[in-house]
Design a protein. Structure first.
Length: 380
């Protein structure tokens, strides 16, 4: 059974990324409140993705204690193949400039490193998450200091050593040290919180507290060092706080509110849920659209969107942003309604051995044409 609330969470994360990647087409004159909202959406997207990947895996593994070794091995193999596909596609999307810092390869590395935790007791995931949260900012800062003084100079962004360092500790916005604990926390939420009203409320409250703490921590870091560094303790608290607020808030509205609210919420968030069922496809779609746009902008010619120096004209820039924000959910809604599972989701399902090749051209199953509740009966 698909969990509709998790589909909405994934769709929200994708939509937040689309906004973050298209806000550049505005002219920086939007109201301050809107700028803050855009920044929150930008900061929430990648940790929310990591968190929901962990929750989804944890939900799939809820009965793993009763699995035999063959079934566990198959799940682990499928998981690793998916991770490798994400890395490969992420590198392909990085070849041409799109104005996007591609996250897929970082998520793939995160999944690879999480493989040993798939079937371990929850205490191991909890301990590892706490350890990463405690040590990641220290390791990140040490790695940056080393990179500034090191004689190492990669020949290109695809240099294997440069890629490994970027994926793990030196990434400007994403890195393993900060994404992996989000996934491990997702494992824990799937076992502890999913389907429980009071624990979901606790998760929402924890997110609010962490976000509040991050405001003070980031301010203190800025006063002490003159800059708020990505991957610091304040940044870490902000990422986790925003991810928990979005994750738990969507479930409180979609799963545990009154019947009328749940009905309206399901209707209003249907486009997000549709995007969430094919998050991989929609992510690649919006990157390819942006790549096509930037291929024209970087020609340096006066054109319909930009003039010399890439100074964005209005209202064309705003219309471009809105168009991409409309095209992606519209594509997802139409595809899911008439064709079912997303095209890249079909491909990765076959490549990871979870589905037979015939599913590549199969029609939509009945389950994809209706909104399903996240849980059969909300629990306290």
């Amino acid at each position: 059974m698909r969990l509709n609330s998790l589909d909405v969470v994934r769709g929200f994360a994708i939509f937040a990324m689309i906004i973050a990647h298209t806000v550049v087409f505005l002219n920086d004159r939007e109201p301050r409140a809107l700028q803050v909202l855009f920044q929150f959406l930008n900061d929430a997207a990648s940790p929310l993705f990591a968190l929901v990947i962990g929750v989804t895996a944890g939900y799939q593994l809820r009965d793993a204690a009763r699995w035999d070794s063959r079934r566990k091995s198959f799940f682990a193999l499928s998981w690793v193949i998916k991770a490798i596909v994400l890395i490969f596609v992420g590198l392909l999307l990085s070849i041409n400039f799109s104005g996007v810092l591609i996250v897929l390869d970082f998520l793939g590395i995160m999944m690879l490193m999480a493989t040993p935790f798939l079937f371990l007791p929850a205490a191991w995931s909890a301990g590892a998450a706490l350890l990463f949260l405690a040590l990641a900012p220290i390791v990140n800062e040490a790695a940056r200091a080393w990179a500034l003084t090191s004689a190492f100079s990669p020949s290109s962004m695809f240099d294997p050593t440069a890629l490994l360092l970027d994926w793990t500790v030196l990434g400007s916005a994403y890195r393993l040290t900060n994404l992996l604990p989000m996934l491990l926390i997702g494992f824990l939420l799937a076992r502890w919180q999913l389907g429980n009203r009071s624990r979901t409320a606790w998760a929402f409250g924890a997110g609010a507290v962490l976000l509040g703490v991050s405001l003070f921590a980031r301010r203190w870091e800025e006063m002490a060092t003159g800059v708020t560094q990505s991957g610091s303790y304040g940044d870490e608290a902000r990422d986790l706080g925003l991810a928990l607020l979005a994750y738990a808030g969507i479930q409180l509205l979609g799963d545990f509110s009154g019947e009328r609210m749940r009905t309206w919420f399901a209707r209003l968030t249907r486009p997000l849920a549709d995007m969430g069922t094919m998050a991989f496809t929609v992510y690649c779609l919006h990157v390819l659209i942006l790549t096509a746009i930037w291929s024209q902008l970087l020609l340096g010619e006066e054109n319909w969107l930009a003039g010399p120096g890439l100074v964005y004209r209005q209202p064309q820039g705003l219309l471009t942003m809105v168009a991409i924000m409309v095209v992606c959910p519209l594509f997802a809604t139409l595809w899911r309604r008439y064709l079912g599972v997303g095209p890249l989701e079909r491909a990765i399902g076959v490549l990871s051995l979870r589905h037979p090749p015939g599913t590549l051209l199969a029609g939509p199953p009945a389950a994809t044409r209706r909104v399903e509740p996240a849980l059969r009966a909300p629990q306290d």
